[in-house]
Each structure stands twice: as C-alpha cells, then as structure tokens.
Write a protein that binds this ligand. Structure first.
Ligand code: NA7
Length: 545
C-alpha cells in the first residue's frame, strides 16, 4: 500500500469510497498513479453503505445505475430488479472493490479532518482522525452529495425516552419495530420509501408531514427472463444514450410546450407514462413542464388526480395532495404503495402546517392543536428522522479545507459555492470535487455524472504528468462565469421558486442558491471535454509559487 509514511508523497488522495471514490481509485491505479482512499465507513459503498433503512431503493433503473468503465464487469454482473435495492447495490460495489483489488488502497473507519495546501512543496497535507498525516499532490473529494444528515433542532430530543434514528444512520442490525409505536418525520424520497415498510411492522405509525409531496409509482419488479441478457447485448448503445441525454437516463424531454397539445392527446401521454411508472411523465414530457407554471399544472393536476384515487379518507386525502409546489421542483420520489399506506388502520397523518411541532418530550412529539395555547403529545417508542441532508456543499464544508495562502473553503463559500464546472474552485490548486456544486450530479443519474468527472480528472492528471506541470487551478474569471451561468440556467426554471435541498433552503442559515448545473449531462460532457481539449484554457497551469 502506498502513502503510509508522512514523508511519502502520494499522487492522489481521494476522500470517500462510494461510487465516486471507488471508480476514481480504479482510474488512478489504471494509469499508474499512486493513490489512497480515506473512508469514514467500515466498508465501501458511500450512500449505499450508510442508508440501510427498510425500503431503501434506487430511483434510477438498474441498467443505467452502474459503472460502464469495464466491459467484463458489465457482462458478469446480473441485476435482479428493474430498480436495485440498497443491499444489491452495496453487494455490487463490494464486488467492484474486490474484483479490481481496490480495498488495499482504502483506509476504512477513518475520517479526513482537514486538508491544507502547502505552497512551498505544492502538496496537500491531509490530517486524519486517527492522527495520521498524509501528503499528496492531488486532493480529490468523492464525499457524495447527500451524505451529511440533518436532524431538526426542535428542543427536547435529549429528553426523548424512546429510540431515535436518522434514516441514513440506520443500525446495521436493523430496528425491531414490531409491536411499537413509531413516528416518522419527513415525506421526501426517503420517508416515502420507509413509511410503507414501517407501517407493515409497527403496532402504530404516525407520519409527521410538513410538505405533501408528489410521488410516482416505481412499478418495480423482478427482471424477466432474457431482460438482463438484452441489457448486456446493448450496453454500448445504452451507455452512448445516457451520456448524451440531459438527465443521464434513457429518457429525454420532448420539444415544444404541453400547452400546444390538445388536452386529450396530452392526457393520453400522461396516462401511458403513469402506467409505465418511474417519473417518465415528467422526464419524457414536454420541455416546458419545468419552466412554465401553466404547463406544469397540466401534469401536476393529472398526478394529483392519480394520488387522490389511492387514498380512502377524504381529510387525509386532502392533506396528502401536494399543492404547495409545482411538480418536479422538489426531487420527485418513486414509491411502492406509499399513499395506500394511509388507508391502514394503524397509520395516522399529522399535518405539521396545521399542527406544528413544538418540542420532543420524554414520551414523544408535542404539537400544537390549533386551539390557542393547547398542545398534545403523540406518544412514541421509536422516532425516525427522514429529514434529509445538507446537500452537496455540506459534506465538503465539514472538512476544514484551506487552499493557497491559507484561504478557507468555508469562508470562501460563505455566500454560496463558487466553482468552475463544479470540478474546481479558485485558490485551491490540484483539488477536484467529484459531483461538486455547479455540476449536473443530482439532476441526473448519479453514476453517469460521476463517471464523467472521474474520466475528466484522470485525463487531467495524465496531461499534467505528460507535460511536466506541477499545479492546476481554475482561473477566477472562469469560476465567476461558470457560477453565473449555473445560476442563470436555474433562474429560467420553476425550481428556484421552491424551497428544497436543491436550493440549500432545507438547512437553516444556508445560502439560498441553486446548487446544480441544469444544462444536462450531454451538454456538460461537451463543455468539459472542450476544456480538456483546449489544454485546460480556463485553468491556470503552474500558477504562483
Ligand atoms: P428530503 O428530500 O430533503 O426530505 C426531507 C423531508 O423531511 C421533507 O419532507 C421535509 O419537509 C422534511 N423535513 C425536513 N426538516 C423538517 C423539519 N424541521 N420538520 C418537519 N419536517 C422536516 O430528504 P430525503 O432523505 O427524503 O431525500 C434526499 C434525497 O436522497 C432524495 O431526494 C434522493 O435524491 C435521495 P419539507 O419538504 O422541507 O417541508
């Protein structure tokens, strides 16, 4: 293993061993760089290591949610369902680690506390929580976009007498909820996945909902005989298709406006898409669904009507119908029996807009009743937080990163992140952020976006080595221009009008900024390839000592 001694200089240190870190490590070793990965978890997997809650499943179809760098890997791995669940994805990533002999380059159970660029030696000095210091020429963050869990700060959690868990820190041995009174706070993608599972096991489930959410039926099912073989025979085409597509998926928006299509034709499309499941309706729908409120409303009304059909009780139905935001402006979840769960006798819904949480108590969750000065406690044995993450910037800013001249990333990004291409930030030479802010990442099929970055970084490091360059750093002007471009694209959509983790507005005090590039994976790929082909013209090579 390389890089154990403090005086040894690694070529690259990678933070994180999920999809991003594992693939990056593969590419670095493949090009004969010395590399080491530092991973907080005890195994590979990243998101899929941490998120072990019941019902945890990917919302991208199996045939696109994987690495495409190895034909052998593609041909030997068999997926079982149309949407892979957490255990299967984790097994896949473990297989990748073993098959390419990656584990011996990974230090598990260890966190990176800080990373400081040393100008004199032009290296990164990285301090780990085991006291070790590692020196590396390049620093590559592969920390994931949704890896910094958020627990709301209502008072009294320390007094709660039951057990509580954040979904992304679910115990490895599971949680026995049989015969227990369980509460779930949060109805995002995670809440929508876990709620039906908990309802089936618990004596009673109370769902605390702040925002009623749209959801599409996943229609997940086992792959049929021959389907996997069909994927294997066409992986080349599938890969080309997802690399060129806006969302890194096998579907793409239709040109034109939903409003220019006769209502019957429009509704026929919505019905057919709904029957297919997934978010086909939204992502294969007309391109103005996410830019024009009226167009969006045609689809949102349709989805609301479908949701309404699934809920028996009129009051509960009214509370569950999403009316506060346009369809798709919060990350659209896929579900399996989510809305039907509220038809069960052992499930109750608390609408936090009518009955806000006041505090946690020894016995449960205290909410306002609507009568002035009156509260009531929902008694619980287990409390589950499906309350999301400090997305995209959170995991990066958890690490104390300082660049040239001691500039701190936390200070530099006080008003929001500044990057060139979502890959680099000025003042931080030889540092790359896989799926960083300003890249397509969360607005696409994640592995597609991740592989774009891995290849670009690999090729950049090869270029640096071949041309004898020591440092590469984005030009400040390019960073300003890219950040403005990202913002401008977002402003043309409905997504900026709504509070969501896309906007950073789910975290108190976080700057309200759209955090991702909306130009699409295909266009983005052309842009970053163009920069590489130009000899990195928006970057400064061998900048000031
Ligand atoms: P999300 O999508 O951020 O959802 C979090 C949910 O928790 C959402 O319903 C929030 O309501 C709710 N929430 C957050 N804070 C509070 C407080 N303080 N009180 C009550 N309710 C709260 O996180 P997920 O884990 O579901 O999904 C994250 C991504 O992971 C997902 O999009 C996929 O990409 C994978 P709100 O809507 O903010 O009113």
């Amino acid at each position: 293993m390389s890089g154990d001694a403090a005086d040894e200089v690694l070529d690259a240190l990678v933070i994180g061993a999920g999809f991003s870190g594992l693939g990056m490590l593969y590419h670095l070793l493949d090009r004969d760089f010395t590399a080491r990965v530092i991973e907080a978890g005890d195994d590979v997997g990243g998101t899929w290591y941490w998120n072990r809650y019941p019902g945890c499943r990917c919302d991208s179809p199996t045939e696109v949610y994987q690495f495409f760098f190895s034909e052998e890997l593609l041909q030997e791995w068999d997926w079982t369902h149309t949407f892979p669940d957490q255990p299967e994805i984790l097994r896949y990533l473990q297989h990748v680690a073993d098959r390419f002999d990656l584990r011996r380059h990974i230090t598990f159970g260890t966190r990176v506390l800080s990373a400081a660029f040393d100008q004199a030696t032009q290296t990164w000095r990285v301090t780990l929580d085991n006291g070790e210091q590692v020196v590396s020429r390049y620093l590559i963050t592969a920390v994931g976009c949704l890896s910094d869990p958020q627990v709301p700060d209502y008072p009294g959690l320390e007094d709660f007498g039951g057990e509580w868990y954040h979904t992304s820190r679910w115990p490895h041995g599971g949680v026995d909820v049989a015969g227990k009174r369980v509460g779930v706070i949060g109805t995002g993608s995670t809440g929508i996945q876990i709620i039906p599972e908990l309802a089936a096991e618990a004596a009673h489930l109370t769902v605390f909902q702040r925002t009623a959410n749209f959801s599409f039926p996943a229609r997940n099912r086992p792959l049929r005989p021959g389907e996997m073989e069909g994927f294997k025979a066409t992986y080349d085409q599938i890969h080309a298709q997802i690399r060129a597509a806006k969302l890194g998926q096998r579907f793409a928006p239709m040109p034109g406006s939903a409003l220019d299509v006769p209502e019957t034709e429009r509704n026929r499309f919505y019905e057919e898409s709904w029957a297919q499941g997934n978010a086909v309706l939204l992502f294969s729908g007309w391109e103005d669904l996410l830019t024009d409120e009226e167009a969006n409303k045609t689809a949102a009304d349709f989805v609301r009507s479908k949701i309404a059909e699934r809920i028996d009780d009129p009051t509960t139905r009214e509370q569950l119908l999403p009316r506060t935001h346009p369809l798709g402006t919060k990350r659209p979840p896929l579900d399996t029996g989510y809305f039907e769960t509220y038809n069960r006798d052992n499930v109750a819904l608390v609408d936090l807009r009518q009955n806000p949480i006041v505090a946690f108590t020894t016995r449960g969750v205290r909410v306002q009743t609507g009568v002035p000065d009156q509260t009531r406690v929902h008694e619980l044995d287990v409390l589950v937080f499906a309350t999301g993450f400090d997305a995209i910037t959170g995991p990066l800013l958890e690490i104390d990163i300082t660049g040239r001249g001691g500039i701190s990333l936390r200070e530099k990004w006080t008003d929001g992140p500044l990057t060139n291409l979502g890959l680099a930030t000025a003042g931080f030479p030889n540092m790359f952020t896989i799926t960083g802010p300003g890249s397509p990442a969360v607005i696409s099929n994640m592995p597609t976006a991740i592989e774009q970055h891995q290849e670009w970084i690999r090729d950049c490091l090869v270029f640096m080595r071949d041309h004898g360059h020591r440092t590469i750093e984005t030009a400040g002007a390019a960073e300003a221009e890219w950040t403005a471009h990202v913002s401008e694209l977002a402003q043309q959509t409905l997504l900026v009008k709504v509070d969501s983790w896309y906007m950073g507005s789910n975290v108190p005090g976080k700057p309200r900024r759209f955090l991702s590039y909306l130009g699409g994976v295909g266009t983005y790929g052309e842009v970053i390839s163009g920069v590489a082909d130009s000899g990195y013209d928006t970057f400064v090579l061998d900048g000031p000592d």
